[in-house]
Design a protein around this ligand. Structure first.
Ligand code: NOJ
Length: 554
């Protein structure tokens, strides 16, 4: 066990501070709210808290538009609050992990305010500026990830600037060594404060290719920017410099957000010769999403596709690197709706996914509320949604010819606000999140689904998470679960996911029914193995109830 690093043995808990705990009655969560719940987080086995951005920001994209990389947004508290959080967490053996958003800044960042003035100022080359085409249109036909053209015209400078995401998030020019130095200095500022690592946002976009039009993929005549710019050759040179200048020599972990890096490419990115400790890749989330489509409906996907994606990531990180196991974050809708058919009992489904999360090889990343089984919401009006991407998707759906009612229905399923409703702590008003008016409505099911109620109930999702954590850290199977190898069994089964983890002469077998019906499977491989835990009482070998998950051990 000793061979593993601290962040390989614990879990990482992701906090979306705006929705976690408000201590001042503003309706917005804050940093003291995170400090308040450190003991709770410890009880889940948390060794690191990934805080989504808490820096000063106009909040166009809830903090992913940063106007000062070395400060704290007043709505979240002060630098002193942050220092208190880091210190109090450390007392409990928990490290704070900062979110580095270095592909872009806010358009209100002083760097951009200077850059946009003219073509000769000292920061003129800090962002990506280009002239218009001869007819005055944008330099390329790329569509920003949140919708609309990825180029915005700047009157002052008489040029367009590039933004992979929203207009208010101009892309930084990584080709400029001064930009890279400024960003690395900011990361080092946080290391000096004692943080335990970094999650690195949207990192696949930092290297830009030739600026050329692509083949349009939608009714707006544009092509998704991701297809044109993600993972451009040369990116790894920037990243190795990042590693040398910031990460090397520190007892931290790094996890890069890297949509579009395939499991086969992982070894270049993670491990001794790579750049990061771990990489979030999204092959198990983006099952059967057709390119250029609106993300608004459930696309038909096969359970074998999910199994293949997970197995490929497990194999790719078997020797080098390490896998961040996750089903949820602040950009995804709640996972039980995504992976299980409509009508499945949400609590059973939440526990089934938790079983995989804690028994695959890697570090489990738990997103706030996942551990109590929080579910999606469906707000009745588009105005009720805060998320900029939801609004972009809605506009796009209208352009595609959907009626406003259809467009709303469409975005309700995928909206990132599904994951951003306030954390449900108690059965009291606003689920104990705030004494004020919450910035986003609290889910109406909070009386049934909250920490207070679930802590008392031995059958709750929360109790199941705690149980899984005990098994993974101190239980009979702990060594196998942390260090054992991974092998998929029954790979062609379209209903059941089975994998074996083995170490020396012992093994665990995780078996999950992804359907909402009873199923049978050939249990020959289980031989004398005994049930270790599961989400239904009295499991029977060879049979599974709807969404049943069970772990056997021999
Ligand atoms: C990925 C983040 O997770 C997401 O929330 C954000 O909107 C974009 N990157 C842009 O920073």
């Amino acid at each position: 066990m000793s061979k593993l690093k601290w962040w390989q043995k614990s879990i990482v808990y992701q906090v979306y501070p705006k929705s976690f705990q408000d201590t001042t009655g503003t309706g917005v969560g804050d940093i003291p709210g995170v400090t308040r719940h450190l003991d709770y987080l410890k009880s889940l086995g948390t060794g690191a808290i990934w805080l989504t951005p808490v820096y000063p920001s106009p909040m166009v994209d809830n903090g992913y538009d940063i106007s000062d990389y070395c400060g704290i947004d007043p709505s979240y508290g002060t630098m002193e609050d942050m220092e208190t959080l880091i210190a109090e967490a450390k007392k409990r053996d928990i490290r704070i992990v900062m979110d580095l958003v270095f592909n872009h800044s806010s358009d209100q960042h002083p760097w951009f305010l200077e850059s946009k003035k003219d073509r000769t100022n000292p920061k003129a080359d800090w962002y990506i500026w280009r002239d218009a085409k001869p007819d005055g249109s944008a330099p390329t036909n790329w569509r920003a990830i949140f919708g609309g053209s990825a180029w915005t015209w700047c009157e002052e400078r008489q040029q367009y600037y590039l933004h992979t995401f929203a207009e208010a998030q101009p892309d930084l020019n990584w080709e400029n060594p001064e930009v890279r130095k400024a960003l690395f200095d900011a990361a080092n500022f946080w290391l000096d404060k004692g943080v335990g690592g970094f999650r690195i946002d949207a990192i696949v976009y930092i290297k830009k290719p030739e600026f050329a039009d692509g083949t349009p993929d939608g009714p707006d005549g544009l092509v998704g920017i991701h297809e044109m710019t993600a993972n451009t050759p040369g990116i790894l040179d920037f990243l190795h410099e990042f590693r040398r200048e910031v990460f090397d020599g520190h007892d931290i972990f790094t996890v890069g957000e890297a949509n579009g890096v395939s499991p086969e490419e992982l070894p270049q990115w993670v491990g001794e010769d790579g750049v990061f400790s771990m990489l979030f890749e999204f092959s198990h989330l983006e099952l059967a999403y057709p390119e250029g489509e609106i993300w608004c409906k459930r696309f038909p996907w096969k359970i074998t596709q999910l199994k293949q994606a997970l197995t490929a990531s497990q194999k790719a990180t078997a020797k080098e690197g390490w896998y961040p196991i996750f089903f949820e974050n602040h950009d995804q809708n709640r996972s039980m709706h995504r992976y299980f058919p409509e009508g499945t009992d949400p609590k059973t489904a939440a526990k089934a996914l938790a079983t995989i999360l804690y028994t695959l090889r890697g570090t489990p990343f738990v997103y706030e509320g996942e551990e109590i089984g929080m579910t999606n919401v469906a707000f009745p009006h588009i105005e009720d949604y805060n998320d900029i991407s939801t609004h972009g998707q809605y506009e796009y759906a209208l352009k595609k010819g959907f009626t406003p009612e259809e467009a709303l229905k469409c975005v309700q399923f995928q909206s990132r606000d599904n994951a951003r409703t306030p954390m449900q702590w108690t059965c009291e008003t606003n689920a104990g999140f705030t004494t004020g008016k919450p910035w986003l409505p609290v889910h109406e099911d909070f009386m049934d689904c909250c920490v207070e109620a679930e802590a008392e109930d031995g059958d709750s999702v929360l109790s199941y998470y705690r149980r899984l954590n005990r098994e993974r850290t101190t239980g009979a199977a702990a060594e196998i679960l942390q260090q054992g190898t991974y092998e998929e069994l029954l790979p062609d089964d379209e209903r059941v996911y089975v994998f074996e983890r083995s170490l020396d002469d012992h093994a665990t077998y995780t078996i999950v029914n992804f359907t909402n019906e009873p199923v049978t499977y050939d249990a020959g491989f289980l031989k004398d193995a005994k049930p270790l835990l599961g989400n239904c009482k009295n499991p029977e070998k060879g049979k599974l109830r709807p969404a049943e998950a069970v772990v056997y051990m021999d």
